[in-house]
Ligand binder design. Structure first.
Ligand code: NAD
Length: 257
């Protein structure tokens, strides 16, 4: 299938799942806009490398998505947005009564509110182009909960709700909106949780991976960024024209338990 002629904006895409999704969209022929809050030479180099590898147009646009105006400006600067992948996200783990307020606010702003702002800015472009796809990278934590992840679970449940509303508001148009709910994927975000969890439970790295991180993932395997990219490309295909307002779990059976 080909997405040539389409432009995809993927938020939080200089690493992890966002980069994996951007790569699969580029492989399918889409022009891609990469984004993060940094503005380093390596961010722009990443865009140049992707353009060379897949023969598509790739730009890197810096925007700090904790700020709603910058989230909207990202879409305006892109100038065109046929495919919007709301992926940027952060994590913090603490009991509710000790949860730092600034971390709560940052997680809600980056993981949830940014998707509201980018979607609001992108829908008029999709309507003008007569086609559009919004893919929200939620989480198994958009459907279930874990202790110590209050802000993350609240934001991810929120983005599943936003997905449904976006789908209903566009249901009569050639625009769809869905959420992908990954279980654990081996990325820097997951890596960053390992040292704290090792300390908390006095466990080795291997024990943390198998007994804590993958405890609820029956396959006992991490999902890959390529699989999430492939799921996104599927949602952009005509086979998915009538798939809207729903969640697709890529979680090795987590939510079947
Ligand atoms: P990651 O840390 O590798 O990537 C996060 C991306 O978001 C990075 O590109 C980062 O630069 C960007 N980002 C962070 N703060 C930002 C800000 N203020 N403005 C703009 N960009 C910002 O993490 P990841 O694991 O690839 O996570 C990507 C998404 O997938 C997140 O929404 C996360 O919640 C979700 N997710 C991850 C897993 C997992 O196991 N890794 C599981 C389920 C859902």
């Amino acid at each position: 299938m080909t997405l040539s002629g389409k432009t995809a904006v993927v938020t939080g895409s200089n690493s992890g799942i966002g980069l994996g999704v951007a790569r699969e969209l580029a492989r399918a022929g889409a022009n891609v806009v990469l984004n993060s809050f940094t503005d380093r030479p390596e961010d722009h180099q990443l865009a140049a490398d992707l353009a060379t590898e897949f023969g598509v147009g790739v730009r890197y646009i810096q925007a700090d998505l904790s700020n709603g105006d910058q989230a909207r400006a990202l879409i305006e600067t892109a100038g065109r947005c046929d495919i919007l992948v709301n992926n940027a996200g952060i994590q913090h783990v603490a009991p509710i009564d000790e949860f730092p307020v600034d971390k709560w606010n940052a997680i809600i702003d980056i993981n949830l509110s940014s998707a509201f702002h980018t979607t609001a800015a992108a829908l008029p472009m999709m309507r003008a182009a007569g086609w559009g796809r919004v893919v929200n990278i939620a989480s198994a934590h958009g459907l279930t909960a874990s202790p110590y992840k209050s802000a993350y679970v609240a934001a991810k449940h929120g983005i599943v709700g936003l997905t449904k509303v976006t789908a209903l508001e566009t249901a009569r148009e050639p625009i769809t909106c869905n959420a992908i709910c990954p279980g654990y994927v081996a990325t820097p975000l997951v890596e960053a949780q390992i040292p704290d969890t090792m300390k908390k439970y006095n466990m080795s790295r291997e024990e943390v991976v198998e007994k804590v991180l993958l405890e609820r993932q029956p396959s006992k395997q991490f999902a890959t960024v390529e699989q999430l990219g492939g799921t996104t490309v599927f949602l952009c295909s005509s086979a998915a024209d009538q798939i809207t307002g729903t969640t697709i779990s890529v979680d090795g059976g987590w939510t079947a338990l």
